[in-house]
Design a protein around this ligand. Structure first.
Ligand SMILES: [Fe+2]
Ligand SMILES: [Fe+2]
Length: 473
């Protein structure tokens, strides 16, 4: 198992020292990245110490080491999962051939677009979250936010490595542009819609980690199947970091649910806000919003691009190699939920152009598992309520449902019903103002804001009242 070379300027396990041209290109990019981090990374915390983990090797046991670090000193680097000897292309037209170590000329433009689109989401989320440190509900949560932020920064490094190593001058230009676009900027926005939305408060942040970052997990998992082996190995290592981001989202929302339930039981009231909590209907509206904008990230239900990516071997299905079929899908079909005028219908469509929808289905099933765990918390408190995922057609901007209004329970509704009930279904200005009003920073070790329960356990075996960050030092 290769350890990581921390002696060089850019920590890596890709033998950067053996490729001078690439090393120079990345060393040229490094100060630009740091300048971006300085301008767009966590606002006001650049000189503060945080208890962060850093990768020390890429195997399951040895890859995480914890210690206090100032974020700009975090060792961002290039880590690929170990190569699988004799790996083959596992799907598409080239199935059975050796996996590619270099990009076939005919796939260059497409792969470049896929890598840039994935890469763009990484710095975007750091930008979206840069103001959150000022209103952290605890040192534990502050530390987790910053851990996610530095790792999203590292994911940018991962994609920039691929661009610089395999795309020559075009790759260098793309690497520059990844540092120039800005989340929410009118003139140079980030590429995907959900990554230009604001993350105005910590509830939105937890929902983002749960729903939007989970899209990232599914995109990475399908790129981890790619015939282009360096991309597959990069994504496999990124997925190990991503798991922690999902955890922060699930436990974050779960702790807000728990606090709401504690207040409801203790005070025998539904008026959770009166006691400084965030009520379940508000949680449901936030959930509806973040889930629906995240569903859009999977693209149209029927997509020739998706079919082409698969046939070419660029992007597989979630857990491609575990599936027991021919991995070419030329004559297979897939059940796609779509629309026939005002009716929502399921129809069998050719499997290849339905691959976006299949990935979205895997994602939806995964999302639902966490929602059921949140509902267990509600039930445990003896409260008769539940959170649910809205219908996939609700509040969509891309695909078959983008030009109709669909209620959370899956009815096509008219504009007048939508206008009348929108405030029940999506966060209202009052919700946002209320949630903003409880976002007061809590920076005493072991203390938590009124709207969130402490975590079940701390990070790396430390207690919940450990000094996870030193924002005042
Ligand atoms: Fe990421
Ligand atoms: Fe992430």
């Amino acid at each position: 198992m290769a350890g990581i070379d921390y002696a060089s300027k850019i920590p890596n396990n890709v033998d950067l020292a053996g490729n001078r041209r690439l090393q120079r290109a990345l060393e040229d990019w490094q100060p630009k990245f740091l300048a971006w981090w300085h301008d767009m990374g966590p606002d006001g915390f650049q000189a503060k110490e945080t208890y962060l983990r850093t990768a020390t090797s890429v195997d399951a046991q040895g890859w995480a080491q914890f210690g206090y670090t100032k974020m700009p000193d975090y060792r961002w680097g290039i880590f690929l999962a170990e190569p699988e000897p004799g790996r083959l292309v596992n799907f598409g037209d080239d199935k059975g051939q050796p996996a590619w170590q270099d990009i076939p000329g005919e796939h260059r433009a497409t792969l470049r677009r896929l890598i840039v689109t994935q890469g763009d989401t990484e710095p975007a989320s750091v930008e979206q979250q840069r103001h959150l440190g000022a209103t952290c509900p605890s040192l534990y949560d502050l530390r987790n936010l910053f851990q996610v932020n530095v790792e999203e920064g590292r994911h940018l490094w991962a994609m920039v490595y691929l661009l610089q190593a395999h795309f020559g001058r075009d790759g260098r230009e793309e690497a520059e542009q990844l540092l120039q676009r800005r989340s929410g900027d009118r003139d140079k926005p980030r590429i995907l819609g959900a990554f230009n939305e604001r993350t105005p408060d910590w509830l939105a942040y937890f929902m983002f980690c749960y729903f939007t970052d989970r899209d990232g997990k599914y995109q990475l998992a399908s790129l981890a199947e790619s015939a282009f082996d360096p991309l597959a190995r990069t994504c496999r290592f990124m997925l190990t970091e991503e798991a922690h981001h999902m955890f922060i989202g699930e436990t974050g929302v779960g702790r807000v649910v728990q606090r709401a339930c504690e207040i409801m039981r203790e005070h025998k009231t539904d008026d959770v806000r009166r006691h400084g909590g965030i009520d379940l209907p508000t949680l449901q509206r936030y959930l509806n919003f973040h889930y629906s904008v995240s569903l859009d990230l999977f693209g149209s239900e029927i997509s020739t691009n998706a079919a082409n990516f698969y046939t070419a071997g660029l992007k597989g299905r979630f857990e491609e190699t575990k599936k027991a079929d021919d991995h070419q899908l030329k004559s297979a079909t897939y059940a796609v939920i779509s629309r026939d005028g005002e009716r929502i219908v399921t129809r069998e469509a050719p499997a290849l152009p339905s691959l976006n929808e299949r990935l979205r289905d895997d994602y939806i099933a995964d999302c639902d598992r966490g929602v059921q765990r949140w509902n267990q918390v509600i039930r445990k408190h003896g409260i008769d309520a539940e959170l649910t995922l809205p219908h996939r057609g609700f509040h969509r901007a891309i695909g078959a449902f983008s030009d109709v209004r669909v209620s959370p329970d899956g009815r096509v509704v008219g504009q007048s019903e939508w206008d009348a009930r929108k405030g029940e279904w999506l966060p209202t200005p009052e919700d946002l103002a209320y949630v903003a009003s409880v976002m007061t920073p809590v920076v005493e070790p072991g203390q938590f804001a009124s709207w969130i329960a402490p975590p079940a356990r701390g990070i790396n075996g430390q207690p919940a009242d450990f000094e996870y960050a030193r924002p005042r030092s």
